[in-house]
Ligand binder design. Structure first.
Ligand code: NAD
Ligand code: DAU
Length: 339
């Protein structure tokens, strides 16, 4: 395959590119990324000299940028998006531009270039919130009910992708995944924020009562699911991807992290004002992708949480540069004469 990976310098995109180049060394990847605050080319230093890998800096919202990047590819895996819920509450406009308008620009280019597959990466947040006291789960038939500007923008992009399938026959697939964790996760999100704050001797901010529930999945399991969808998925179909954490609360996760890092739980947390519109619980029924494509999560949460903590402990230069903003200089130094 010749893949265009949008947003490949972000958390999941980085992990996906490394996964793909290792598993399919003869395939070609173009990483197309705007390098927002969340895009970090240092993540991909180990593949930048690989002849099957190329980086192009550009914005999915800009049709001229997209036109350059899309040449010579047959498959698009569309990760690029503004991804942080709290930022979307402070400043929604960038989310509508990149996530909705950017997806439409990319879809138009996909049609023009007769792309063989457009795989859209989406989120379980489009389905809204589940009650804490119920056992219900999201599945492929759950109605959309997004509650944050982020999830509303992702819902908009999902609808556009499906509309391009029905209206223009674009060969699409969509996956809606639950919360990922693992290496290169930007330290504004709960798990890497908690780990790096503890390593810095800071407290972990807990929103509201901390009894919010997410369905955590190790990032490699997500990459493997996308691989199966690209190779065996049915055109026009949506697949939900989720983890094995079965109702674990934010407070319980923080308690686990404190335990692994030998920190006193009560002294390590601080209660802060809740996130407006905070979804109470997410839980994903992944039986369709299991039945149709043979996927299921393979990485145990506690074991891989420990490995993730080890990764952040052993890669302090990476996250300290990210937290200080220094990593943004890398592109200038590394790519200034490579345009
Ligand atoms: P991230 O914020 O770490 O990375 C996003 C990447 O997209 C960055 O490299 C950024 O520079 C790039 N980008 C942003 N706007 C762009 C634009 N206009 N043009 C080109 N590039 C742009 O995000 P992530 O956590 O890796 O998420 C990737 C995708 O997966 C997103 O679409 C997100 O909605 C989805 N998703 C994430 C999770 C999760 O738990 N992180 C779960 C389900 C789905
Ligand atoms: O469900 C998939 C989604 O997961 C993705 O689509 C998003 O891109 C990704 O950011 C993530 O969204 P969340 O809002 O669930 O992740 P976040 O890490 O921001 O928050 C996880 C939970 O932790 C949530 O209940 C809010 C809470 N939280 C978060 C932060 C940053 C805190 O209590 N304190 C914090 O400081």
């Amino acid at each position: 395959m010749k893949l265009l990976v949008t947003g490949g310098a972000g958390f999941i995109g980085t992990n996906f590119i490394k996964y793909w180049l290792e598993k399919y060394p003869a395939d070609d990847i173009v990483n197309f990324d705007k390098l927002t605050y969340a895009g970090n080319l240092e993540n991909l230093k180990d593949v930048e000299d690989n002849p099957h890998y190329k980086f192009i800096k550009g914005d999915v919202v800009d049709p001229d940028d997209v036109r350059i990047a899309i040449q010579e590819v047959d498959t698009i895996v569309h990760f690029a998006a503004e991804s942080h819920v709290d930022r979307s509450i402070l400043s929604p406009a960038a989310f509508i531009k990149s996530n909705v308008l950017g997806t439409q620009v990319l879809l138009d280019a996909a049609i023009e270039n007769k792309i063989k597959r457009f795989h859209h990466i989406s989120t379980d947040e489009v389905f809204g919130s589940l009650n804490l006291d119920s056992k219900s789960k999201f599945d492929e038939n759950t109605p959309y009910d997004p509650h944050s500007p982020y999830s509303a923008s992702k819902a908009g992009s999902d609808h556009l992708v499906r509309a391009y399938f029905h209206t223009y026959g674009l060969p699409i697939t969509i996956s809606n995944c639950s919360n990922n964790f693992g290496p290169y996760h930007f330290p504004e999100k709960l798990i890497p924020l908690a780990i790096t704050n503890l390593l810095e001797g800071k407290k972990i901010p807990v929103y509201g009562d901390g009894k919010y529930v997410r369905d955590w999945l190790y990032v490699d399991d997500h990459c493997r699911a996308i691989d199966l969808i690209l190779n065996k998925g049915v055109i026009g179909e949506t697949y939900l991807i989720g983890g094995m954490t079965d109702g674990i609360s934010n407070l319980s996760i923080i308690e686990l992290i404190c335990g692994i890092m030998s920190k006193d739980f009560d002294r390590s947390i601080e209660s802060v004002k809740d996130r407006p519109g905070h979804d109470r619980r997410y839980s994903v029924d992944w039986s369709k992708i299991k039945k149709d494509l043979g996927w299921q999560p393979a990485h145990d949460f506690k074991q891989w949480l420990q490995k993730t903590i080890e990764w952040y402990t052993n890669n302090q230069t990476w996250w300290r540069r990210v937290k200080s903003g220094e990593y943004q200089e890398y592109y200038q130094k590394q790519y200034a004469d490579r345009k």
